[in-house]
Design a protein around this ligand. Structure first.
Ligand code: ACO
Length: 232
């Protein structure tokens, strides 16, 4: 994706992380850079939504800031006569979820989730997605099997199988997909010392009645969020 301004002024690295704080705070032309960043992110969000046949963008500059999402942006610095171009992006963020395990427990967790992922059509199947994904795993100090994925497309499912040998084995009741190994060796799990048992306590298994009630409420609020997103 080419723009009529210099991409290299906004994204210094081949893969640049845009987090909750503005990267331009101490720069003299920060307003202009921020406006251009907004144009790029909003454009990426629209392209991704179109590629996934969604009726509205799930990624915008404002939503990403409000929700503390982290965006990894891949660029080609030489394209467009040196102005550079944007090849794709990957968006992650933590979400409070109820995750079903093999025993049918709903576990209350706060895992890192992949929320949006897009590579420009002209650059797909050339390894750009993998480059973004590996960079994210390294920056977030996690592994692919520990992520929850929000409504993965068939291309993304194929990508995860090919590059990370991941298979979704436990169907979930929400839109998120988890893979074999999700519950294994998580660094965000702590042992429950108060009970003296070996049970992992960072995620709490809930009784069926309690979790069904929470899931129902979540579905209703999900619906509200989606309707808001679709109106944008
Ligand atoms: N059909 C099927 N599988 C595909 C396709 C396709 N058209 N394109 C990529 N893949 C998968 C395949 O496994 C492919 O391997 P193969 O070519 O040997 O079959 C592998 O991805 C290629 O890996 P990369 O080149 O590293 O990935 P790429 O740069 O193509 O990026 C991505 C993958 C981001 C999924 C890209 O295809 C894309 O933008 N798709 C459209 C948008 C989309 O579906 N995004 C995911 C939405 S779900 C979410 O974000 C939570």
């Amino acid at each position: 994706m080419e723009f009529d301004f210099n991409i290299n002024h906004i994204f210094p690295d081949e893969v640049t992380l845009i987090g909750e704080k503005s990267p331009f705070r101490n720069k003299t032309n920060s307003r202009l850079l921020e406006r251009n960043l907004q144009i790029v992110i909003d454009t990426l969000g629209k392209r991704s939504a179109k590629a996934q046949q969604l009726t509205g963008s799930i990624t915008t500059f404002l939503k990403s800031q409000l929700n503390n999402h982290r965006l990894f942006i891949l660029k080609d610095d030489c394209a467009n006569n040196g102005l550079g171009c944007v090849i794709g992006f990957l968006k992650v963020g933590k979400k409070r979820l109820f995750v079903l395990d093999r025993d049918g427990n709903h576990n209350e967790m706060n895992p890192l989730c992949v929320l949006d992922f897009y590579v420009h059509e002209s650059q797909q199947r050339k390894g750009c997605g993998l480059c973004l994904f590996k960079h994210m795993l390294s920056m977030e100090a996690t592994k692919a099997s520990h992520l929850a994925i929000d409504r993965p497309s068939h291309k993304f499912i194929s990508f995860l199988k090919k590059h990370f040998n991941l298979w979704a084995t436990i169907p979930q009741v929400n839109n998120f997909v988890i893979f074999d190994g999700f519950f294994k060796n998580r660094s965000d799990m702590v042992r429950n010392s108060s009970s003296g048992s070996d049970k992992i306590s960072q995620f709490r298994p809930l009784s069926r009645a309690v979790s069904d009630g929470i899931i129902k409420r979540n579905r209703q609020s999900d619906h509200t969020v989606m309707s808001t997103a679709l109106k944008d």
